[in-house]
Design a protein around this ligand. Structure first.
Ligand SMILES: Cc1ncc(COP(=O)(O)O)c(C=O)c1O
Length: 418
């Protein structure tokens, strides 16, 4: 085994290091070799990192409460290998569309542990979920109630999603707990929905759900959300959504999973007592830091600023463009401080900037550049802008395997009928 010369910041997958030549290793694999073998851009996922974080969540909740159901929020990294891994680690999953449901079923997730979300579910999606025998449907609005009552042939268990009028400190686009939200029922409507479902001949209410937003770095809003839920009465299941933030840059210190679990579980104990099932739906915190994206530098030029152009961009990471999200980057065999240059993608708009003024050490065409912390909502929001193909590689113990193969040009053309 190579001599470890430098461990990396917590932004990188657990166990990543620079070898004695200064080359980045992820999941025991030399990232430059991965770039050579699998091409770029590519998502490199450290399988062991994901497993370790899954176990961290399980242990943190199990230490505080007996009846806990952890489900992976599929939207954070929707691919078969990731869903299968979390199923192996004992997680159920939540899905927010028919497509995510199909993926979860293909990954072998126990249907009873799949739960359906969505603020605009179609008849088809509900019918598919019922046919699959999923666990709970999370009712978001009165139209869901009507559709489910019409479509369910047997008894279907449901939760009610509420918007508790609690805003976490996050980007507006991923804040969901405020009163004026497209997700869930306000408290007054939630009371009406509860009464309506209690009268239903084929819907059985098991609990309440609230997910107040994503990339939350403070815990108090989670406690406030639980208090608001409790104002609706006592339920056997309290589903607390996800939301724990991750570090995208080395100075960010998100709450520890143990503290996140304690904040949520203590609030449930205080407001509902201990005789409930607690559900939690983490996404980003399970996959965010276990993945890096690798690119190859294609051009370096000076137009007032210096622009370092790579072979990906907003096709593989939309977060900087959607939310102004900040990342860090490094040349994969030349870490350390350099000068500040814009790291930009190859796509046909000026907004395709991955990092404004990235600190990069002498990047040159042909160099492999890595951006850490791209596991959460990277692959899920990836697209084929400019006909860009996308792959995912899993690494563990020095071995690598393709889990989502890069599209071929034939794949890109396959659906065109003309
Ligand atoms: C209903 C629901 N649950 C869980 C999550 C996962 O959130 P996060 O990735 O922040 O943990 C989301 C995503 O925003 C969501 O909409």
């Amino acid at each position: 085994m190579a001599t470890t010369t430098q461990q990396l910041s917590h932004v990188y997958p657990i166990g990543s290091y620079l070898d004695e030549r200064g080359r980045l290793h992820v999941g025991g694999c030399d990232v430059l070799e991965l770039a050579r073998e699998y091409g770029t851009p590519a998502y490199i996922v450290d399988e062991d990192d994901l497993r370790q974080r899954a176990r961290g969540f399980k242990e943190a909740f199990a230490a505080l409460h007996d009846r806990v159901e952890l489900v992976f929020a599929t939207k954070a990294f929707p691919c078969t290998a990731v869903l299968r891994l979390f199923a192996e680690e004992g997680f159920g999953c939540d899905v927010a569309s028919g497509g995510e449901l199909a993926l979860a079923l293909r990954a072998g997730v126990d249907p009873a542990r799949i739960h359906l979300h969505g603020n605009a579910k179609s008849d088809e999606e509900i019918a598919e979920a019922l046919a699959a025998g999923i666990g709970d449907v999370v009712i978001d609005n009165f139209d869901d109630v009507e559709k489910l009552e019409r479509l369910a042939t047997g008894t279907q268990t449901v939760q009610i999603r509420i918007t508790p009028d609690v805003a976490g400190d996050t980007h507006a686009a991923i804040s969901t707990g405020q009163a004026d939200s497209k997700f869930g029922f306000g408290l007054d409507d939630a009371r009406a929905a509860i009464e309506r479902i209690e009268r239903s001949r084929n819907l059985e209410l098991t609990g309440l759900h609230a997910h107040i937003g994503s990339q939350l770095l403070a815990l108090q809003p989670f406690r406030l959300a639980v208090a608001a839920m409790a104002s609706l009465g006592h339920f056997t299941t309290v589903n607390l959504g996800g939301g724990l933030g991750v570090a995208y840059t080395r100075e960010q210190e998100p709450p520890r999973v143990a503290d996140y679990a304690r904040a949520k579980v203590e609030a449930v104990h205080e407001h509902f007592g201990a005789d409930v099932t607690i559900m939690d739906e983490p996404g980003r915190a399970l996959v965010g830091n276990g993945c890096v994206t690798i690119y190859t530098v294609q051009s370096v030029k000076r137009n007032v600023s210096t622009w370092v152009g790579v072979d990906g961009g907003m096709s593989d990471n939309l977060r900087p463009m959607l939310y102004g999200a900040r990342y860090e980057a490094a040349v994969a065999d030349r870490f350390g401080h350099g000068t500040h240059r814009h790291l930009v993608g190859k796509h046909c708009e000026s907004g395709d900037v991955l990092i404004t003024l990235a600190d990069l050490r002498d990047p040159q065409p042909g160099d492999v550049v890595v951006t850490p912390a791209t596991g959460g909502y990277g692959h899920s929001m990836a697209n084929n802008y400019n006909g860009q193909p996308r792959p995912v590689i899993f690494c563990s113990g020095g071995d690598a395997r393709v889990v989502v193969r890069r599209e071929t040009y034939a794949d890109l053309l396959a659906r065109d009928e003309a």
